[in-house]
Design a protein around this ligand. Sequence first.
Ligand code: PBG
Ligand code: ZN
Length: 330
Amino acid sequence: MLTSRRLETPVERPRRLRRTAALRALVRETRLHPEMFIYPIFVRPGRRMREPIPSMPGQERLSVDLLAGEAEALRGLGVKAVLLFGLPEEKDGTGSGAYDDEGIIQRGVRALRAADPELLIMTDVCLCEYTTHGHCGIVADGAVDNDATLDVLARTAVSQAAAGADVVAPSAMMDGQVGAIRAALDEAALSGVAIMGYSAKHASAFFGPFREAAGSAPQFGDRRGYQMDPANAREAEREIALDLAEGADVVMVKPALAYLDVIHRVRPHVPVPLAAYNVSGEYAMVKAAAAQGWLDERLGALEILTAIVRAGADLIITYHAKEAAQWLAT
Ligand code: PBG
Ligand code: ZN
């Protein structure tokens, strides 16, 4: 009787360190901090325009004149980095709005820089928001021409960097895009501007809300000819190795939540900071479920962000940045 009771008594009691909030905080293995968040902003034409994005509750397209106020709000929350996406006045076949020195992103960068010299400003380098066909590159004979696109991406990055971007982030998934941009920046005496490559960007259904927000859905076909197959993780290693060889300062896995294994897998091979993009569809899912009362948004969003860091990400691009910063402060 006595011996069998002894056998049932656990020797190891992990629950001891879960007993109080202070103990749990003391032994927590993964921590979130607002300084690891990058907040995406959609910049639109017009004045005093604050246009809600229906598929992304809480997110808005902002006109350039409202960016100073946004910078102030971010500073107050302790969010120190933004990633800009532009909705141009006009689109054309070659996406020339992307490299217009008076383009929407360029004006947005200058407004933010003037408002807050310390804000870390990143810009998305792609053509899909600027082309009438909505593809991420130059289309020739119904297909995206990789090498013709490189020149345009490089020109775009130089124009954004000249406007004051700290980091340019090519997302077009063209082969050689990081190398082409690095060479062009260096040639333009912008060697101090960093490149964050969207290195392992998968062709994902979770970009859906973003395409509505940015008006960048492809008008024919899809992006599977240039973005990665969601089934591939070894290929992510290859894409990241190529971007590192081409001079990327930061590499990225995108999306994040359905690709935690990819983040974890590439981490040991990435000596530079590793970013993860907690994309629009991941945000929209949490918002939609929370709106139904089906889950607690604060706990759910922080759990996802924690998981992304636990998997191995150093930085997270997230639409939840402002709310998460607030939650972490209280
Ligand atoms: C443009 C771009 C996309 C995203 C970032 N840059 C969309 C796409 O490739 O279709 C997705 C971001 C998100 O879903 O939050 N190349
Ligand atoms: Zn694109």
